[in-house]
Design a protein around this ligand. Structure first.
Ligand code: GYE
Length: 324
């Protein structure tokens, strides 16, 4: 079976190749048999988080690490993503990794992968299908992220009547559902009232367009707080608020999730007030799970990666040392 031993051999092979700079040459030549072929169905390229996640996955599933990666990004179209997984099955890959765009609708294709004897590892987002249908999941606790964002809002606004608008992530996605739920839990009984909530699809353009609509409807003065399910939508909203003559971070306070570089910079600049991290560097963990599952090892079904939170001061301290 292909396992850690195998990964070690692949790594040694790569080192030897680098040292001798010759023998099997480029491409699929030497070591081809030993390579683990993996299909990865990514959501798309909607955000800075996603770019960092894709980079992390490509590095972890590289040839040097002993993999041949078939990469697909579905442009956030759930049907296209399921087709990509079916294509991986028909190509006979050894393992499939999916970052599911939405939670629902996975039962059939996961069953097909299982019938074909191809293990599926989920990274990032979760699904509603039975966990018997996949080997493992690695990602973040989105509900907890929502709770942490909500706790900041509850502490900041308390009983003060506060008009909040929400920029939701992709409708039906696990992070949109869970971040909404976590925030609601943490702000229950406070003076925060959701006056509007719409999806901005996790994109900067989406955040900007939806925020423009909110501003037309309520005016800068009619909104006290924006909760954006990711930094990119907050960044789009900042453009909309400035264009409407408002001061983001002051006239309208903003809390968002991800802690990507541009978001952290906006936090330092005082345009965002608080950020909850969502760590996108899941590649090594996902690759480790693929190796272990293919080696027949018993793996835990769920693997949570820890997140932290950032105030403006904390962001300034760490921004230079962060990898994404
Ligand atoms: O927060 C957002 C991205 O699924 C955790 O997807 C991920 C989310 C992330 O587009 O920026």
């Amino acid at each position: 079976m292909k396992s850690k031993v195998f990964a070690g051999i692949a790594l040694l092979g790569a080192m030897t190749l680098a040292a001798t700079a010759c023998s099997s040459g480029a491409g699929g030549g030497g070591g081809g048999d030993d390579t683990i072929t993996v299909g990865f169905a990514q959501t798309g390229s909607e955000s800075g988080w996603r770019s960092a996640n894709t980079e992390s996955m490509k590095a972890a599933f590289s040839e040097d690490e002993g993999f041949e990666l078939i990469f697909n990004a579905a442009d956030n179209d759930p049907a296209a993503q399921i087709s990509a997984v079916r294509d991986f099955i028909s190509r006979g890959v050894e393992a499939i990794v999916v970052a599911p765009i939405v939670e629902d609708g996975w039962d059939d294709v996961l069953q097909e992968a299982s019938d074909a004897g191809i293990p599926v590892i989920l990274e990032d987002r979760t699904v509603t299908a039975s966990d018997d249908l996949y080997a493992a999941w690695v990602g973040l606790d989105f509900t907890k992220e929502g709770v942490m964002a909500g706790e900041w809002a509850a502490e900041t606004f308390g009983d003060t009547p506060t008009k909040m608008v929400v920029l939701e992530g992709t409708t039906g996605s696990a992070p949109a559902n869970d971040r909404a739920e976590g925030f609601a839990q943490a702000t229950e009984g406070t003076g925060i009232e959701t006056i509007d909530s719409q999806t901005g699809d996790f994109t900067r353009d989406g955040g900007k367009t939806v925020m423009e609509g909110f501003l037309q409807k309520y005016g800068v003065d009619g909104i006290d707080l924006l909760y954006a399910h990711n930094d990119d939508m907050a960044l789009g909203a900042i453009e909309a608020i400035e264009a409407a003559g408002g001061v983001p971070g002051e006239d309208i306070q903003i809390v968002s999730i991800d802690a990507v570089k541009d978001g952290m910079q906006a936090l330092i600049d005082g345009k965002i007030n608080y950020i909850v991290e969502c760590n996108p560097l899941l590649g090594d963990l996902a690759a480790g799970l693929v190796r272990d599952v293919l080696a027949g090892e018993d793996v835990e079904k769920t693997h949570f990666v820890e997140d932290q939170t950032f105030t403006q001061e904390q962001a300034a301290e760490v921004i230079d040392s962060r990898a994404y």
